[in-house]
Design a protein around this ligand. Structure first.
Ligand code: ATP
Ligand code: MG
Ligand code: ZN
Length: 445
C-alpha cells in the first residue's frame, strides 16, 4: 500500500467530490459563478467533515485560470500550486499553535500586500483557539479587509468564537455525513484503493468513524492493514447499561475483553468519559451532540434511562481516575475499582445517590401514566366474592405484611427490606441505609 495515508490521498479536489455537504457546496459554487464571493467565511462542524478541504477548493477556484461552473480546473499552474501547498495566494494558519497576537499582526501586515493571483485566501484553522488579543487584531481586519483578500475561519467549536467575529462572517455549517452517503463513499474508495472489504468489516468501519469522513477513512486503513478483518470495537454502551443495571460484572467483562485486544486502560477510560459526555449532552443540549442521527437517538435513550445525576457522577469519577492513572502502577485496577463503585449504588450512600434516585423517579413519572401499573382492585373476600370492608382490608394487609417478603417502602421510619433482611432503623433510630431506600430523611439518620 502507498505510504501516503488514505485520507490524504483521497482528499476531494473539487466541490463535487465533497460528500454530504451539498448545502455548503451549492452556496460556494453559486457565489463563485456569480462573482459574489464573500470576504469572510466561517466553516464550522465536527472534525474530519471537509472544512479545510472545502476552504482549499474555494481558494483554488478563486485563483483558477480556467474555472468551470464554479469548480476549479485542477490543471492550471495556480490550481496545482495550491494542491502542492506552494501557492503564494493561499495561506494556512493553525490558530491552535499560532494563537498569539504576533502571528495575527504578521498575517494582517502581509494581507494588504499584493499577490500574484486574483485573490489572497487566508485559511485560519481552529480559530476558536485564538487569544483575545489576536481575536481583536483579526476583528479589525475583518471589519475592513483589503479588497482582494478572502478569509476562511474554520472551527469545530463555533460557540467559542466571539459573537463580533461571527457576525462579520458568512457562517456555513458542516455536518456529520449521513450513513448511506458514507457507506457509498467507503465502498467506492475501498474499490479504488484495491481493498477487499467484507460487509462486517464495512459496518465496523462505519461505526468506528461515527460520521466523520476522516475518521472513517482512517478506520478503513486500519482494517486494510489488518488484512480486512472487522475492527474490534469496545461496546461503550455496555458500561452505561452496567451502571443502569447496577451490574459490576457486565462492566468488568468489557474491560477484560478490551484489554485482551490490546487496548490500554487509560484510552479506554477516556473513551468511556467521551461516551458519557455524549449521554450528558443528549439530555442537556442535544444540538451539541456530534453523532449520526440514529446513533444519537440510541445514546439519548441510554442517557434517559441512566439519568443526568448518575451520568455526571460517573463522568466525575472516571475523570478523577484519569488523573490518578498518570502515576498509577496498574491503571487497569483503578478503572475496575471505579467501575465497581459506580455500578454498586449501595456502597456510596452519599447525597448524589439520593439525587440520582430522585432524578430517575422523575423520569419514570415523566415517562407517563400510560406505563403506570393499573390501580390495585379492592381485596375480595374469597368466601363471599364481595369487596372487603375497612376492618377486613386492614386485617388482610396485616396478613400480607406477616407473609412477606416485602420491599422497603421508603417511608420513615424505615423498616428495611424484608426480602433481603437489610436496612431498617436500628436501636438508636438510625437507618443503616443498606436497604437502598435512600429517603432524604435517612441520610445521617
Ligand atoms: N465531506 C467529505 N467528503 C469526502 N471526504 C472527506 C470529507 N470530509 C473529510 N474528508 C476526508 O477527510 C480528510 C480530512 O478532511 P478535512 O481536513 O477537510 O477535515 P476538517 O473538517 O477540516 O477536519 P478538522 O476539524 O479536524 O480540521 C480529507 O482529506 C478527506 O479524505
Ligand atoms: Mg481542518
Ligand atoms: Zn485551475
Amino acid at each position: 500500500m502507498a505510504t501516503q495515508s488514505l485520507y490524504r490521498r483521497y482528499r476531494p479536489r473539487r466541490f463535487s467530490e465533497v460528500k454530504g455537504q451539498e448545502h455548503v457546496v451549492r452556496s460556494l459554487r453559486n457565489a463563485v459563478i456569480n462573482h459574489r464571493e464573500g470576504q469572510a467565511y466561517m466553516f464550522s462542524g465536527p472534525r474530519g467533515t471537509g472544512k479545510t478541504t472545502s476552504a482549499r477548493i474555494l481558494a483554488k477556484v478563486l485563483n483558477c485560470d480556467n474555472p468551470q461552473d464554479g469548480e476549479p480546473c485542477c490543471e492550471c499552474p495556480s490550481c496545482l500550486a495550491v494542491e502542492r501547498g506552494t501557492s503564494y495566494d493561499v495561506h494556512e494558519l493553525d490558530a491552535a499553535s499560532n494563537n498569539g497576537v504576533e502571528a495575527m499582526r504578521d498575517l494582517i501586515e502581509k494581507a494588504s500586500l499584493g499577490t500574484p493571483g486574483r485573490h489572497k485566501v487566508y485559511i485560519l484553522d481552529e480559530v476558536h483557539m485564538l487569544s483575545k488579543a489576536a481575536e481583536a487584531a483579526l476583528l479589525k481586519t475583518l471589519e475592513e479587509p483589503p479588497p482582494h483578500v478572502v478569509f476562511v475561519l474554520a472551527t469545530t467549536d463555533p460557540q467559542k468564537v466571539s459573537e463580533t467575529i461571527r457576525s462579520r462572517t458568512q457562517h456555513l455549517q458542516f455536518h456529520l455525513l449521513p450513513m448511506d452517503v458514507m457507506e457509498d463513499h467507503i465502498r467506492w474508495l475501498a474499490g479504488d484503493a484495491g481493498i477487499d472489504l467484507t460487509d462486517a468489516a464495512l459496518q465496523s468501519v462505519l461505526r468506528q468513524g461515527g460520521g466523520s469522513a476522516r475518521d472513517t477513512v482512517s478506520a478503513l486503513e486500519l482494517v486494510a492493514s489488518g488484512g480486512g478483518e472487522p475492527l474490534e470495537i469496545t461496546p461503550l454502551d455496555e458500561f452505561v447499561e452496567a451502571f443502569i443495571e447496577k451490574d459490576p460484572g457486565r462492566a468488568l467483562t468489557v474491560v477484560a475483553a478490551a484489554v485482551q485486544q490490546g487496548r490500554d486502560a487509560r484510552t479506554l477510560a477516556e473513551d468511556i468519559v467521551r461516551h458519557l459526555r455524549d449521554c450528558f449532552l443528549s439530555l442537556m443540549a442535544p444540538e451539541l451532540v456530534q453523532l449520526p442521527a440514529q446513533r444519537a437517538e440510541e445514546v439519548t435513550g441510554l442517557a434517559q434511562r441512566l439519568g443526568a445525576a448518575a451520568i455526571v457522577r460517573s463522568m466525575e469519577r472516571i475523570g478523577e481516575i484519569l488523573v490518578e492513572m498518570r502515576h498509577a502502577p496498574d491503571p487497569r485496577l483503578l478503572l475496575e475499582v471505579a467501575l465497581v463503585q459506580l455500578t454498586h449504588e449501595a456502597s456510596s450512600g452519599d447525597l448524589s445517590v439520593v439525587l440520582e434516585r430522585l432524578d430517575r423517579l422523575e423520569h419514570q413519572i415523566a415517562a407517563g401514566a400510560a406505563a403506570a401499573p393499573p390501580a390495585r382492585p379492592a381485596p375480595v373476600d374469597p368466601a363471599t366474592g364481595r369487596a372487603l370492608g375497612g376492618r377486613a382490608r386492614r386485617a388482610a394487609a396485616r396478613a400480607r405484611r406477616r407473609a412477606g417478603p416485602r420491599a422497603c417502602s421508603g417511608r420513615w421510619p424505615c423498616r428495611g427490606d424484608a426480602a433481603t433482611g437489610t436496612g431498617g432503623v436500628s436501636g438508636t433510630g438510625a437507618c443503616t441505609r443498606s436497604c437502598g431506600c435512600a429517603r432524604a430523611g435517612h441520610v445521617g439518620g
